[in-house]
Design a binder for this molecule. Structure first.
Ligand SMILES: Cc1cc2nc3c(=O)[nH]c(=O)nc-3n(C[C@H](O)[C@H](O)[C@H](O)COP(=O)(O)OP(=O)(O)OC[C@H]3O[C@@H](n4cnc5c(N)ncnc54)[C@H](O)[C@@H]3O)c2cc1C
Length: 407
């Protein structure tokens, strides 16, 4: 049996390895001049390759495709991923949040080990060769490249999403899927910054800690929220809290996002605090008293959004003004203006519709055709979960092919 794996990223490389270990002849097509270009930049060049968590925690971090991914992630769990990498000569370390990295802290070591294993198994790795089409021919598949057409018994499409397209993932797999009769859920940037309509350029670079960021739909219903760090930029809100929230605003219609600058205090506790500060420092200008409550760079912005003059003495602040300051601190709101572009998005939300796929990644309509990794409509939060999905779906497809072969 001959199998074509299209895409030499995380999911494609592991599929090819497991197939070749099972004795199958595999050709791995990669359009770049080298394997794993995206893998190289993961985890800021350190490659957070999985999360050392149990399955419950893993599924809590999957944003879309939980049910679909159940069998793949049960078949090849984070512990299996760790065992696999240690087995191919990549010692690992577990860091904060149970994030797993190569002990060397270098993603290049992960790619080198995968490449070494591919060559040990004599996988036919075809670099600098983009697949241009995949067509069904009776019970086989015709894979076309600039070098001509080749026939394979099975095809695994592992072309990734469309984020960071400079790494090679430019959405080719979506087109192959459509032509083979699959529907594709609109790809949207996710794990990215959130753009806002308001002009906040003067707040550019302001890093906030211990804030709560929430997104709301047109009925005021909360779509998602996250506690943690956020960074304001010229065009919106970035940082870890924004990244998490963006995975949900990618799928639901968001109109507003809001920062709670004092999430540890409820409204009544915050009001008592304001009364205490304003009373104790009643002879001082409001703008300097506010320094005790919000970061320096944000004071005047909060006051202007609350419609209160910062030059006013703290002792002269009216009850209605104090109430507006309080509401602004608890919900500094912005008009949502969309997701940051694909060029800056860690992952793609959307992709090949899961209803057309079996949990092994095999097409329900075309036997022997598989979709693995980010090309399918699956995504997760940061922490090593997206690569875990790539490894597990890659292995699940390989096992399924081997199982069918041995029947
Ligand atoms: C900056 C950044 C940091 C990240 N950090 C992490 C992290 O630390 N941990 C984590 O879990 N996730 C991380 N991710 C997400 C993770 O990298 C992806 O989810 C994962 O790489 C998806 O694997 P994949 O195999 O589906 O696709 P990819 O890794 O994108 O691989 C797809 C491959 O297919 C090739 N290809 C595409 N079309 C064709 C074609 N027509 N012919 C031949 N080849 C083709 C591409 O060149 C590419 O090499 C990060 C992503 C980014 C952008």
């Amino acid at each position: 049996m001959a199998v074509a794996v299209i895409g030499g990223g995380a999911s494609g490389m592991i599929s090819a390895i497991f197939l070749a270990r099972g004795g199958v002849r595999v050709s791995l097509f990669e359009k770049n001049e080298k394997l794993g270009k995206k893998l190289y930049i993961t985890g800021k060049g350190r490659c957070n390759l999985t999360n050392d968590c149990d399955l419950d925690a893993l599924f809590e971090n999957v944003v879309h495709g939980q049910k679909y991914l159940f069998s793949a992630l049960s078949l090849f769990s984070p512990a299996d991923t760790m065992g696999f990498f240690e087995g191919i000569g990549v010692p690992l370390k577990v860091e904060r949040g149970r994030r797993v990295f190569p002990a060397s802290g270098k993603s290049s070591d992960v790619i080198r080990a995968l490449s070494r294993e591919l060559s040990r198994l004599k996988v036919d790795v075809r670099l600098s060769l983009a697949v241009t089409s995949v067509q069904k021919k009776d019970s086989a598949y015709c894979v076309a490249t600039s070098e001509g057409e080749e026939i394979f018994d099975r095809v695994i499409i592992a072309t990734g999403g469309v984020s960071y397209p400079a790494t090679g993932s430019t959405g080719d797999g979506y087109e192959f899927a459509r032509r083979l009769g699959h529907s594709v859920v609109k790809p949207v940037p996710a794990l990215c910054a959130l753009k806002v309509k308001e002009n906040i350029s003067r707040l550019d670079g302001l890093a906030l800690k211990n804030v709560r960021l929430a997104a709301y739909d047109e009925n005021g219903k909360e779509i998602a929220s996250e506690f943690g760090e956020a960074t304001l930029s010229k065009s919106g809100i970035a940082g870890p809290a924004a990244l998490s929230v963006s995975s949900y605003t990618a799928r639901e219609k968001c109109v507003k996002i809001a920062l709670d600058l004092k999430p540890a205090l409820d409204e009544s506790a915050l009001d008592k605090r304001l009364i205490r500060e304003f009373e104790a420092r009643k002879g001082e200008r409001l703008k300097s008293v506010m320094r005790a409550l919000t970061p320096e760079k944000l004071n005047l912005y909060v006051l202007s959004r609350a419609g209160v003059d910062g030059e006013k003495l703290a002792g002269d602040v009216l009850k209605a003004e104090r109430s507006r300051i309080l509401k602004t601190i608890k919900a500094l709101s912005f008009t949502y203006a969309g997701q940051a572009p694909f060029e800056e998005a860690v992952i793609t939300s959307g992709g090949v519709d899961l209803s057309g796929l079996k949990p092994t990644g095999e097409s329900r309509s075309a036997r022997g055709l598989y979709f693995v990794g980010e090309v399918a409509d699956v995504d997760a939060l940061t922490g090593g979960y997206n690569l875990q999905i790539a490894w597990a779906t890659g292995v699940a497809a390989a096992y399924d092919i081997l199982k069918q072969e041995n029947k």
